[in-house]
Write a protein that binds this ligand. Sequence first.
Ligand code: TDX
Length: 364
Amino acid sequence: MTLLFPESIQNVLVTGGAGFIGGAVIRRLLTNTTATIFNLDKMGYSSDLTSIEKTVESNPNLISHHRLLNVDLCNEDATAQAIKQSNPDLVLHLAAETHVDRSIDGPHEFLKSNITGTYNLLQAVRSHWDQLPEERQKQFRFHHVSTDEVFGSLGLNGQFSEATPYAPRSPYSASKAASDHLVKAWHHTYGLPIVLTNCSNNYGPWQFPEKLIPLVILKALTKEPIPLYGDGSNIRDWLFVEDHVEGLLLAATNGEVGQSYCIGGSGERTNRQVVNTICDLLDKLHPSTNSYSRLIKQVADRPGHDRRYAINPKRINTELGWYPCHKFEVGLEKTVRWYLKNLNWCEKLSVKSCYKGERIGLIK
Ligand code: TDX
C-alpha cells in the first residue's frame, strides 16, 4: 500500500521503537519515506532491534536514517535532551509497559513508565513545540498510541467507539487511561497539537512471546501445556500489526487535531477459537503424531479478566478511509508461518529477557 507521508516531515521521533508495534512503524517509515527516524527506547526486557537491523542491512542507505536513542522516559533530563537532539516534526508515542499479567505482579513499573514517562515526554515536547518557527509549529503533531482496554469490558453486545466513557479495570489499562488523559489535557490546556488512537489486540511477526498468540505457538511447538485462562470464552478483536500501522500513520498525518480514532480489526474471536485455530494451522504446517489441540489446558483465570473487547472503527473508516487488509485467519497463518521460520529469534529473546513462558499475573 502506498504511504502518503508529507515530505515536510523530516524528523520523526518514535518512542518504543524497539517494541513490537513501534518496530513495525519504524520499518514502514524507513522503507517508505526519506525521513530520519529517531528511535527512543529504554531497551527493556521486550525491546529488540533485530527486525530494524534486518531492514537496514537490506538497504545500506537506510543506516543514516535510523538513530537509536537509548533513553528511559522516566529520566526527565535525558528525555528533554532526546527531544533537543531529534528536533522532531512528528512524535509517535508508543513506549509503554503493555502486558496485563505483568501489571498485576508489578503495577509500579506501569505507573512509572506509562504515566510519569508520558508526562516527561509531554513536557519536553511542549517546550520544543513552543520554540518552533510558525510553519513547523503549525504542522507539528504529537500522536499518542493507546489501547481499547481503557474503555473497560463489554458484555455480549455493543462495541467501543471514540464516545465510550473510560472505565479501565487493570493496573495496565488504568495507567494507559491516565496517559490518554494527560495527552488530552496537554492539548486542551497548552494547545499541543495531539492525535490519539485506541487500538484492539495486535498480533503478527516479532511480537514478544508473553502475549497470547506467540505464547501459544511456542508452547505447542515445545509440546508444553497451552494455558487457556478461565473457560476460554473471553473475546478479543484481533488486528494484524501492519494494518494497525497503516491506520495510526494515517491518523498521525491526516487526523484532526485533538481527536481520537478507534482502530479495530473487525476480528472478534473467543480465546478458545484463537487457540484452536493456531493448533489447526500447526497440524497443517508442522504436523506431529498427535494434534496440537491435545495440549490445550484450562487454567486459573486472570484476576479481573476483561470479558470482551470490540471496536467500532466507523470514524477512521469514513473520515480517513482506513480499513484492515487482513482477515484474522489470513493474518494468523502469516504469523504462524513466520514464527516457524524464526524460532532462533524466539530462543535468543527468551535468554536475553529471562522469560521462558512461565505463568505470570496470579495473585498468591
Ligand atoms: O497464556 C495466556 N492464556 C490466555 O488465555 C495468555 C497470555 C492470555 N490468555 C488470554 C487473556 C486474554 O483474554 O488471552 C487474551 C489475550 O491476552 P493477552 O495477549 O495478554 O492480551 P490482553 O490482555 O487482551 O491485552 C492486550 O490487548 C490490548 C495487550 O496485552 C495490550 O498491550 C493491548 O493494549
